[in-house]
Ligand binder design. Structure first.
Ligand SMILES: Nc1ncnc2c1ncn2[C@@H]1O[C@H](COP(=O)(O)OP(=O)(O)OP(=O)(O)O)[C@@H](O)[C@H]1O
Ligand SMILES: [Mg+2]
Length: 257
């Protein structure tokens, strides 16, 4: 199962990715987290792994990939960066960090001012997810960057389900409408979870989220999560909402099989 996690900046995407990864690892599933966010650097800390080198490096680095893409203009979609299909075990080991049954791959980070746009990362993220062959029990969790750029890049098209994290903000509500439209257009099931709520904000979100968006669980503002996020510590909390979410996502997948 491939799960793409999306949402507004700071809504809790990486937090949820880490909690869900630990939950599936506890169930002895093969778990791969794919960090497709080219800006933020802290996901590995929430997972308790080291920081893996950019997978972009395996393909010659960002400059080489950019040159390949430019050479293929005006049809960049003709570029096949990966060439072969990979299982989780076949991913080049030097580019995988792991701990406690969770593996992490980072597509590529922006390292320098003026280094150019992040399009090569978007293309590699999409192709990497598309080229991954999974066993029935394997779980891939793609943590995306804030907003909807990843939809434009086609990263979500390779997912079996999109999980949107909604925090109590007007921007999250607007984004929920947009994401609902986009997910419907690419034919990928969408569900959403509320995060960082209190009872009042949760009730208001439930009133205002479009009916087309299925709300599957909720995590309230949680001091333990906040403290781990602030200190850059591993998130190994056992949260009942995440247990329910993992069950539900499994069910979604079985329903589609
Ligand atoms: N339920 C929660 N309770 C308390 N704090 C939370 C909760 N969920 C997330 N946070 C905190 O909110 C902040 C943002 O979370 P996180 O980094 O997971 O968001 P994000 O959506 O991945 O952000 P970005 O868009 O920058 O990638 C972090 O400090 C995190 O610890
Ligand atoms: Mg994040």
């Amino acid at each position: 199962m491939k799960i793409a996690i999306c949402g507004k900046g700071g809504s809790g995407k990486s937090t949820v990715a880490a909690l869900l990864a630990r939950e599936y690892a506890r169930r002895n599933r093969a778990v791969l987290v794919v960090d497709t966010d080219e800006s933020n650097l802290g996901l590995h800390r929430l997972l308790g792994t080291g920081a893996p080198p950019d997978l972009m490096g395996y393909f010659g680095g960002k400059r080489a990939v950019t040159e390949k893409i430019m050479a293929a203009m005006p049809d960049p979609s003709s570029v096949d960066l990966i060439g072969e299909r990979w299982s989780i075990d076949k991913i080049p080991q030097g580019y995988v960090a792991s701990e406690n049954g969770v593996r992490l791959v980072a597509i590529g980070k922006i390292h320098d001012a003026g280094e150019g746009c992040a399009c090569p990362m978007g293309m590699l993220a999409r192709q990497f997810l598309d080229h991954l062959d999974l066993g029935d029990d394997d779980v891939v969790i793609a943590d995306t960057e804030a907003g909807i750029e990843h939809f434009g890049r086609g990263v979500d098209q390779g997912a079996d389900v999109i999980l949107m994290v909604v925090d109590p903000s007007f921007e999250s509500l607007r984004l929920a409408e947009k994401v609902s439209d986009m997910a419907a257009r690419i034919g990928v099931p969408l569900c959403c979870m509320l995060n960082r709520t209190d009872p009042i904000s949760a009730a208001r979100l439930r009133e205002r989220i479009p009916d087309s968006v299925r709300i599957v669980c909720e995590i309230s503002q949680d001091p333990g999560i906040l403290a781990a996020g602030l200190d850059g510590r591993v998130l190994d909390l056992h949260h009942p909402a995440i247990t329910a979410l993992a069950d539900l996502l499994d069910g979604t997948q079985k329903g589609r099989a």
